[in-house]
Structures are given as C-alpha cells and as structure tokens.
Ligand binder design. Structure first.
Ligand SMILES: O=C(O)CCC(=O)C(=O)O
Ligand SMILES: [Fe+2]
Length: 165
C-alpha cells in the first residue's frame, strides 16, 4: 500500500486505563460484519472462526494519502467506519470497480461500509481537510483463495441510510 501519514496499526487487545473499559465494541463490529455478509449473501464469514486480520486508523491529510486501485490481500471482508463529518474533507471518495463500472461510496459520519476485500477499490485523490476512518479487515486466521466465491458487487452498507451515493 502506498502511504505517507496513513496507517497506524493497533493490536486488537491493548491495555485500557482502569475505569474506561467499555467491553463489547469489538463484538458489535464483529456482529455487524456477520450481518453484512449474510444480508449481502456473500456467505464468506464463519461466525465460529471470525476475527480481524488488521485494524487500522486511516488519517488522510494530504494528496499523497490517496490510495490507488488495490485489494486487501488475504482478508475476506473489509469494514470501513467513517469517523469524519461530511464537510470535514474534500476528495477521498471510496470507489469500487465492477465489470468496468465504478461505484462511488460516500459513507456519512459513523456509517459503516462493508465490501469483499478482494473487490478492486481505491480512494480518489484527497483534496483538503482531514478524513479519518477506521478499517477492520475480517478473516479466519489464514489467507484464503476467495476467487471461487467472487462475484462483482456493490459495497454493502449497514444502517438506516445506504452509503453509496
Ligand atoms: O479509506 C478508505 O475509504 C479505504 C481504505 C482502504 O482501502 C485500505 O486501507 O485498504
Ligand atoms: Fe483497501
């Protein structure tokens, strides 16, 4: 992945100051991933083995922080939780390509967007402001060849509104 100030990686479990611990957030994210996988009929995720391969806080501050077309290797499903408000940045839209058609997603603040990790995607050139998003890549502790389950798709959004717009 090309990056400059992008990508601080976090361990899944890390020390939490006493009294600030709020258990259950990871379990909620995990449930959302399973729900998205089921609702989108991808059938990729196994509730018995599912965990994160990476959790990344992505901060886009400058044009070099844009991401070219890529897949998220080894992961099964990627969850992108938008933390920035709509007006906080310009550019940096998330796009997926399917059969030569590009689908643009614009998750609003606190919306989560799910997509199959091997679906080609990119972040269009960042222009201004600050864009912060949390990316969780789900897998089953091993990279799998997902080609046999691959169908082109639009990214799948949870919540009352739909992210692609
Ligand atoms: O920031 C985004 O919208 C997507 C990030 C991404 O594709 C990645 O980190 O691999
Ligand atoms: Fe990605």
């Amino acid at each position: 992945m090309q990056s400059s100030s992008l990508s601080a990686q976090f361990k899944q479990r890390h020390a939490t100051p006493k009294g600030l611990c709020r258990p259950g957030l990871f379990a909620r994210f995990r449930r959302l991933a399973l729900e998205a996988d089921a609702n989108a009929t991808w059938g990729r995720l196994d509730a018995n083995r599912l965990t994160t391969r990476t959790i990344e806080l992505l901060q886009y501050h400058e044009p070099a922080d844009s991401l070219g077309w890529h897949i998220d290797p080894q992961s099964a499903v990627t969850m992108l939780l938008m933390l920035s408000a709509d007006g906080a940045y310009a550019g940096a839209a998330l796009e997926h390509e399917s059969d030569g058609v590009v689908h643009r997603a614009r998750p609003t603040q606190h919306e989560a967007l799910f997509y199959r990790s091997d679906q080609e995607h990119r972040v269009t050139p960042f222009e201004s402001g600050t864009r912060v998003a949390l990316a969780l890549e789900w897998w089953h502790e091993q990279g799998v060849d997902l080609k046999h389950t691959f169908r082109n798709h639009r990214p799948f959004a949870t919540g009352p509104s739909t992210c692609p717009r």
